[in-house]
Design a protein around this ligand. Structure first.
Ligand SMILES: [Zn+2]
Length: 92
């Protein structure tokens, strides 16, 4: 496995293992930033209350997506997604 890919996936696994406690946006005061969670690692994504667009993925996971680390990739080779223990609720 390519070292950059290996490191990115190891860090992804660490983020999944240490995913933060969820914050219920409805309990926050008006004007508070909104909290969302990365679709891949469940990391926190904070956006202003008046957000228009937001990312579905946190920054490092966006990179993982852009590099195609989770896809079949001829250059780097398909990754064994089995090595990543996704939280149960993320499985479809
Ligand atoms: Zn993420």
């Amino acid at each position: 496995m390519h070292p950059i890919k290996e490191r990115a996936l190891r860090e992804l696994q660490e983020r999944i293992d240490n995913s933060p406690e969820k914050i219920d946006n409805w309990k926050l005061y008006a004007g508070s930033p909104m909290y969302f969670y990365c679709k891949l690692c469940e990391g926190t994504i904070v956006v202003p209350e008046n957000w228009i667009t937001k990312n579905d993925y946190c920054e490092p996971c966006t990179m993982i997506k852009e590099f195609g680390f989770l896809n079949d990739d001829e250059e780097i080779g398909p990754i064994d997604i089995g090595v990543i223990n996704k939280p149960k609720e993320l499985e479809k």
